[in-house]
Each structure stands twice: as structure tokens, then as C-alpha cells.
Design a protein around this ligand. Structure first.
Ligand code: ADP
Length: 860
């Protein structure tokens, strides 16, 4: 491979360069030939005349590409210039793909490049140009390189549509020196000038080798900031609207004391933002900002991605380039491309030339690109980069002899000892402090994680004995006729259920902390929610002499689509709180329609229920408002701020005798956020509180809920409990806790079913070879062989007399999508411990073959 470059300051020089290029091509045997135009400040007519000159040449393998750049660094400070780069290959193929494209048409453009990439074997590198900053460049790179992840894409964008550059310190800023009219708006592809789109130069060949070096030098410092961004950008790929919940631009004021004035860029260039993505740090410098303090970035920031400030000294930035240089030295490129960011040069000032000068020793005819943003994508990493240094080397032959390692004078002097600059010392200092803080934070996170794991194990462990207690208690309630004992048993049931509630809260909370909580939408009757909620508070309120008022809009739809279980959980929390923290007066429960759905509501619903394809097709969205108002003790203004913090409880003295963990509201808040909603609170201390939220649900059908008083009276749609016996059926129950086996036996006494029990998976395997069971209940967590493992072995048994019988998992793990998970591994269903006798009976009724069931008249 041969690379030759020609720097031309005017048209005449360019014409004579073309003559030389023609001579070289005609005298050199080659497989492919490429001439690339990197230009600053030439007119369209001038480039056109050069292109038409080349048209008359008769080189069938010659291709042309090119791009308008903001600067060709070597030609500075004059500005205008043209760098012509000639590449001739021995064996490698080169193809220039021109892809005119307007914003919005990127998908078709992707197809075009993908097809061309797949037409080659051994694609190693793609030099890539883009014109028009409204194009979705990142997703174009990601999608078109799918399947070619090991090939390196590199290049830059022109500055077309860079509407209004941020004002910068006039004397010192390179970007400022290139005024809008100097930047040409087209770029070259083949023999044409194209205004908008992409140009890709594909390099492919079996023997072709590529070395790609990405150098930065800036290191993240301090904490990370949350961001909110919008994708609808007039420029670049991301508008960051808020950083750390402030208008984005204010972060510079808060942390650096920098105001958005004409010195803005100069003042922030040492501190680019950095986003850390899978070990790949990318710097971001805003391209522009607007009146609202929103910042425009070239790069696409993913939703929820966090930013940190970064910091570097000259030596660190140059040190990173030096590493890149050393790696190129050992690679020995035959062609070399450097892509440099303006911010780097801006920052390095008089040292800037070191970034490229020393590469002349490695590849004297290297190309230097300096456009708007460095484009880089390799092994699924990269994007539009800022502050970066990219070096891409290509070679067909073997590596040439290593040259002596380069040493930058300031790096050299660093070793010898000298007065270190303030920024060098600051950098080391900040680096050390940041790493110490990170270590502390990591430790805290680790402890918190351990706490979550512990809580989740604990609550899980507690559920198992509660199961036994409540099960046995159920037996007492069923069989005992003595009044006193029945009263005790009722108290056990009530306290047991309370305990279960607390344990469930802790489990939910640790699940939320671990990010494992998900939303499972279903179709549900709104009336059943109202009825259940009414049941929850009625008795407790009556006990305290409180009035419960329902205010349910009769025009609300009867059937809705959403996560009914989580919705009930949320309302239960705020309703029980209202009753708990109210001594006299009224608790009012209100559900109202806020509005019909809009497109954005629909979007919210879709986001709340990911992976729910039916959403758009069948349901209209509706925004409903739920409010719970009480005349209770109220909350002090100071306490309001801490309301959602876990384990926080207020007025401890006053509330001493009120049960609670302080987890309810933080769970409520998190659950609502998962469903795309937000809890609002208003309260007057001593007078009462109002908790509420608005939520988008899907509407099913056109029926309305009607009068709530009528609805409360008829428990429609409730599953009837069937009274039956199954004397001919035989089931196997496997659990390593003996008391659980006894509970099941006792609970099922009434239906006279035959029950075998086993204390381990091993015992169960023996039993299924002896007997044909109608159903097998398998505990999940057992020592030695757990439920899933036992099931697997059961299925492999040759002599399984119970093969084909439904196997049901017994679990105390209330996973959100437990059913799907268990079915996936081969269970027919699952039963959550502790279970009510009715649930167990209903399950048997469903799974036992009908001929073995004798239905009795209902007890009701
Ligand atoms: P708890 O289990 O203590 O009720 P929550 O997280 O549900 O925990 O509530 C946290 C705290 O907020 C409560 O301890 C109480 O001080 C206050 N609080 C919640 N709801 C109300 C209400 N309706 N009226 C007054 N105070 C309330």
C-alpha cells in the first residue's frame, strides 16, 4: 500500500498535484486507487473543475471521495487549503459508497451501506464522512456496521448547518477562526459534490491489517450527574435539557463558576463532560446552547445516561497521544489517518502541533482530519466523539522495523524533575481525591447491596414459618368449636397477616432496590379494585369510628388495562396510612377521570408496560386521578421532604403505638414511577393530608362503572369457591420442611384426597417410580436437590409412573413474573406460600382429571 499526500494552498497547486498523482497511478501496479479531497475554503467551482479534470483520466480502478473540513491543521493559519491524498493498494479492494440522505431517511441509507459491506469479504476499515448535522449519525454507524463489528469505522463530519457557533474568545479559539462562509457545504463522492448524506470508503482485503488507537487523556472527576435529554434536536443528536435537575447550562456555573457568556467555550474546554459506557469514556463538549439553558451535543446520549466532569493537564493529554504514537510505531502503517478534535487543539494551544508532528516519523504522508466531531465505531463502541485523538493505520505488508520510541519534550522533562505546573499538580491531586471518593462510594454501595440481599433472604426465610403458622391456624379456625380458642386463632390470623404484609414490603423494597421489580399489565375490573380497597379500610375505619367516603366517577370505564395488582398495592398503602394516621373524622377515596388519552399519554403507557404489543391496537388510553384525603394528624412541612425516604417515620412519640416500618411510601413512590406516575402530597399539620396520583391506563370496551353503591353490593366476577371431594385422586407433596407437609395435609382433609409426602427430591424420585400421581407439588428451595433439579431428573426417569402429571412449584419467592419463569423450566403452574386453603383447593379442582372429582352443593 502506498500513501501520498499533497498540500495545496490554491487551485494552481492542486492542478499540478493532480498531474503528479496521475503520473504515480500510471507508473504503479495497483489493485485499487483512491484520491481523497480534504478541503477548507475552496469553492464548489474549484473542486468541480478538479473533478472534471480527473474525469478524463483512464484509470478504471480509481475512485474519489472527499470532505469539507473546518480546518486543515497544517495549513493554518491561512485557513484555505486542500489536502489531496492518494492511496494505491497491492491486493486490497477499495470501494467508495456515496449515500445521499436527508434527515429522516437514514434507514434506507443504512441498507445501502450494509449491502455494500456485505458485498466484500474481509472488510477491515471504513473511512466515513457525513454532511448535515441533523442526520442521525450514531445510529447510522451502529446499524450499518452490524455484522462488521471488528472492522474500524473512522472519519469526521462537515460543519454544514452548524448554525450559530457558541461565541468564543476570539484570539484563541480555532473554531472561531473558520467563519461560516469559509465552510463549504458539500462533499465529494465519486465525481460528484453531494450536499447531504454520507460517504463511506470501504477497505477490504485478506492481508489488510488495521490498527486503531483512540486517545483521550481527560479523566472523569467528581460525582456523576443525572441528565434529562430530548432527541428532537435542530442540531446535533442530543439536547440536554437538565443536568442534576438544573437547566443544563447552570451546571457550569455551579461547579466551575462559568457563565454562558462569550468566553464560555474557552472556560470549559479543560473540563469536558465525560460519559462512561462499558469502559469506553467519551468526552462531550456542547456545540451550542439556547435561551432555556439547554445544551446541544453532537453525540447521542442514551436516556438516563449520567455525565461527569473530566479534567486533564497538557502532559496527560499529550501522554495519551504518545501512547497512540507508540502503538503506531510498532504497527508500522503504510497509510495513516489522524482525526483530531478542535477542543484538543484549543486546550493544547502552542503544544497542539505535537499531536500530529511526531506522526510524520511513522508515516510521513499521513492525513489529518479536523472536522466537527470525530466519528469512530469499533466493536460496538464509539460514536461521535469530542476532545479525542484517533489514529488509524493501514498496512498490507509485514510491519517495518521499529523506530526509536518518541518522547515528547515535556514528558521527558517531567521525568527529569522540574517545577511542575499548577495544572499538573491539580490533576494528580484531583485524580487521587476522586479515586478515594469512588472507593468510599463503592464501599457504601456494596454495603447497601449486601443489606438488600440480606433483607430479601430474611423475608424469604420468614415467609416459610408464617406459612406453617397461618396454615395450622386455619385448621383451628375450621375445626375448633370453642369460642375462646377461636378468638385466639383469629388474633393469630390477623397478626400473622400483618407480619406477612411487613415481610412483603421488605421483599418488595429490596426487589425495587435491586431493579428487579417489573410491571405486569392485565385487563381488570375497576370495580374489583374499588371493592378490595373498600374492604381493606372499612373494618379498620369502623373500629376507630371513622367515616369512609367513596367518590368514584360513574362515567369511568368498567374495564381497564394496567397492572391491577401494583395499583391495588399503591392504593392500599395510602389508604391504610390515612386510616392509621387519622383519629377522628373522614377518609375519602376519590377516583376521577382527568382526561381522554393523548398520543403522549399512550407513549407513557407503552413505556410503563414494555413489551406489550396489544397496547396500541386495542386500548384507548385514559388518564385517571386517584386521591385519598384524610382529616388526620397531618405532616409537618419539615418532614415533607423526607417523606419518601425509606425507614423514615415522623412524630415518633405521637405515633409510638402505630405500627409501621416507614417503607410503605417509598415503595408506593417507586411503584408509581415504574408505572409512569408520581405521588403528590399536600398536608396541613394538625388538619389532615391528601395523597394522590394520576395514572394512564388502557380502556377496554365501552361499558362504564356506574353507581359505586350498586357495584359494592354485587361481588360480580369473583371466583366462586367450588365444594368438592376427590377420593380417587392421589397427589405427591415434596417439601424439606415437615411442618409444611403437615399443613398441606390438614388443609386438604376436607376434600379427602390421597396425599403422599416426601422430604427431599431424592425421595420424590423414588415415589414417582412407584405410584401414578395426578398432581405433584414440588418445593423450590430444598437442600441437595432443589425443585427445578428434581423436575429435570423426574423427566429423565425411564420408569416414571407419574409422567405427564402436572408438576406445580411451591415457592415463597414472590417474583413478579414467577409464573412465566416456572413454566419456562417445565412446571405447569406455581403456588405462592403461604396459601389459603381455597387457593390450594381451586388449583386441585383445576388440575385433577374431572372424572376423579365429585362436586358437592356449594356451602355458601
Ligand atoms: P409507615 O409504615 O410508618 O406508615 P410509610 O412509608 O407508609 O410508613 O409512611 C412514612 C411516614 O409518613 C409515616 O410514619 C407517617 O409519619 C407519615 N405519614 C404517612 N401517611 C400519612 C398520613 N396520611 N397522615 C399523616 N402522616 C402520614
Amino acid at each position: 500500500m502506498i500513501q501520498k499526500r499533497f498540500l495545496c494552498r490554491d487551485l494552481q497547486a492542486a492542478e499540478s498535484a493532480l498531474e503528479q498523482i496521475r503520473d504515480i497511478i500510471s507508473q504503479t501496479r495497483h489493485k485499487s486507487a483512491l484520491v481523497t479531497f480534504y478541503e477548507t475554503g475552496f469553492s464548489g467551482g474549484e473542486i468541480g473543475s478538479l473533478l472534471s479534470r480527473m474525469k478524463s483520466w483512464e484509470f478504471p480502478k480509481l475512485q474519489t471521495a472527499g470532505i469539507s473540513l473546518t480546518v486543515i491543521a497544517e495549513l493554518m493559519p491561512e485557513g484555505a487549503g486542500l489536502l489531496l491524498n492518494l492511496i494505491l493498494t497491492e491486493e486490497a479492494d477499495i470501494e467508495v459508497v456515496k449515500i445521499p440522505c436527508l434527515p429522516g431517511m437514514e434507514s434506507e441509507a443504512v441498507e445501502k451501506l450494509r449491502n455494500r459491506l456485505y458485498a466484500h469479504e474481509n472488510v477491515r476499515a471504513v473511512e466515513f464522512f457525513c454532511s448535515n448535522m441533523k442526520l442521525r449519525i450514531t445510529s447510522f454507524m451502529e446499524k450499518s456496521m452490524e455484522g462488521h463489528e471488528d472492522a474500524v469505522l473512522f472519519g469526521t463530519a462537515t460543519t454544514k448547518n452548524l448554525l450559530q457557533k457558541i461565541s468564543v474568545e476570539a484570539e484563541e479559539n480555532i473554531v472561531e477562526k473558520v467563519s461560516q462562509d469559509q465552510v463549504r457545504e458539500e462533499f465529494v463522492a465519486g465525481d460528484e459534490l453531494i450536499p447531504d448524506g454520507f460517504v463511506a470508503v470501504i477497505f477490504a482485503g485478506e492481508k489488510l491489517k488495521v490498527q486503531a488507537k483512540y486517545a483521550l487523556g481527560w479523566k472523569p472527576i467528581g460525582r456523576s450527574f443525572s441528565t434529562e435529554s430530548s432527541n428532537v434536536t435542530p442540531l446535533g443528536e442530543t439536547i440536554v435539557t437538565t443536568i442534576n435537575d438544573l437547566p443544563a447550562v447552570d451546571i457550569y456555573r455551579e461547579y466551575l463558576g462559568v457563565y454562558p457568556d462569550s468566553y464560555f467555550i474557552s472556560n470549559i474546554c479543560e473540563f469536558p463532560f465525560v460519559v462512561e459506557r462499558e469502559g469506553f469514556n467519551t468526552c462531550l463538549i456542547p456545540l451550542d446552547m439556547d435561551k432555556n439553558g439547554e445544551l446541544y451535543f453532537m453525540m447521542s446520549l442514551r436516556p438516563g445516561e449520567k455525565l461527569r466532569f473530566s479534567f486533564a493537564s497538557h502532559d496527560e493529554v499529550l501522554g495519551a497521544s504518545r501512547e497512540s504514537l507508540e502503538s503506531m510505531e510498532s504497527f508500522g502503517p503504510e497509510a495513516l489517518f489522524l482525526t483530531l478534535c478542535g477542543n484538543r487543539l484549543n486546550f493544547l494551544k502552542e503544544d497542539a502541533h505535537i499531536e500530529w508532528d511526531s506522526f510524520a516519523d511513522v508515516a510521513p504522508d499521513y492525513v489529518l482530519m479536523h472536522g466537527a466531531g470525530e466519528l469512530f465505531y469499533h466493536n460496538k463502541k464509539g460514536g461521535i466523539l469530542n476532545s479525542a485523538h484517533l489514529a488509524i493505520g493501514l498496512r498490507e505488508g509485514e510491519a517495518s522495523e521499529n523506530k526509536a520510541a518518541y518522547e515528547h519534550p515535556s514528558v521527558k522533562s517531567l521525568r527529569r524533575g522540574r517545577t511542575l505546573s499548577l495544572s499538573d499538580r491539580m490533576s494528580t491531586f484531583l485524580d487521587k481525591i476522586t479515586s478515594e471518593l469512588i472507593a468510599t462510594a463503592t464501599q457504601a454501595q456494596e454495603a447497601n447491596r449486601a443489606k438488600s440481599v440480606f433483607l430479601s433472604h430474611m423475608s424469604h426465610e420468614i415467609r416459610t414459618p408464617i406459612n406453617a403458622i397461618l396454615g395450622m391456624d386455619e385448621m383451628i379456625l375450621k375445626e375448633c368449636r370453642e369460642k375462646d380458642i377461636l378468638e385466639y386463632a383469629h388474633s393469630i390470623r390477623s397478626a400473622g397477616n400483618n407480619l406477612l404484609g411487613i415481610v412483603n414490603d421488605i421483599l418488595d423494597f429490596s426487589k425495587i432496590e435491586a431493579g428487579k421489580m417489573s410491571i405486569v399489565p392485565v385487563e381488570y375490573e375497576l370495580m374489583s379494585v374499588v371493592r378490595d380497597m373498600h374492604d381493606v379500610v372499612r373494618l379498620r375505619a369502623e373500629d376507630k369510628g371513622l367515616t369512609v367516603k367513596l367518590d368514584i366517577d360513574r362515567e369511568l370505564p368498567a374495564l381497564l388495562f394496567g397492572d391491577a395488582a401494583r395499583l391495588k398495592q399503591v392504593i392500599t398503602n395510602i389508604l391504610t396510612n390515612a386510616v392509621k394516621y387519622t383519629e377522628t373524622g373522614t377518609v375519602t377515596f376519590i377516583i376521577k377521570k382527568i382526561s381522554d388519552g393523548t398520543d403522549s399519554d399512550l407513549e407513557e403507557l407503552r413505556m410503563a408496560c414494555p413489551g406489550e404489543p396489544r397496547l396500541t391496537a386495542q386500548y384507548r388510553p385514559i388518564r385517571i386521578g386517584v386521591t385519598v384525603r384524610d382529616t388526620g394528624i397531618g405532616i409537618k412541612p419539615d418532614d415533607m421532604k423526607r417523606l419518601f425516604e425509606e425507614y423514615e417515620r415522623f412524630d415518633e412519640k405521637k405515633n409510638l403505638n402505630i405500627e409501621g416500618t416507614g417503607l410503605g411510601l417509598s415503595i408506593t413512590k417507586e411503584l408509581l414511577e415504574l408505572m409512569g406516575s408520581r405521588l403528590t402530597v399536600s398536608s396541613t399539620y394538625g388538619e389532615g393530608s391528601e395523597f394522590g396520583f394520576e395514572i394512564v391506563q388502557g380502556v377496554v370496551g365501552s361499558e362504564t362503572i356506574g353507581d359505586v353503591k350498586v357495584g359494592l353490593k354485587k361481588p360480580a366476577g369473583q371466583k366462586k369457591h367450588v365444594n368438592f371431594t376427590a377420593e380417587d385422586a392421589r397427589i405427591l407433596v415434596v417439601d424439606d420442611t415437615e411442618i409444611n407437609l403437615r399443613v398441606v395435609k390438614q388443609l386438604l382433609k376436607r376434600i379427602r384426597i390421597n396425599i403422599d409426602t416426601a422430604l427431599s427430591g431424592k425421595e420424590a424420585l423414588a415415589l414417582v417410580q412407584e405410584n401414578a400421581y395426578d398432581i405433584i407439588f414440588l418445593d423450590h428451595l430444598m437442600p441437595e436437590m432443589d425443585g427445578p433439579e428434581t423436575l429435570k431428573r423426574m423427566e429423565q426417569l425411564k420408569n416414571n409412573r407419574s409422567a405427564g402429571a402436572p408438576v406445580i412449584s411451591l415457592t415463597s419467592n414472590a417474583l413478579p413474573n414467577a409464573r412465566e419463569e416456572y413454566i419456562k423450566i417445565g412446571f405447569k403452574d406455581y403456588l405462592l406460600k403461604p396459601f389459603l386453603p381455597e387457593t390450594l383447593e381451586n388449583m386441585l379442582y383445576y388440575y385433577i382429571p374431572p372424572e376423579k372429582i365429585r362436586t358437592l352443593p356449594s356451602e355458601d
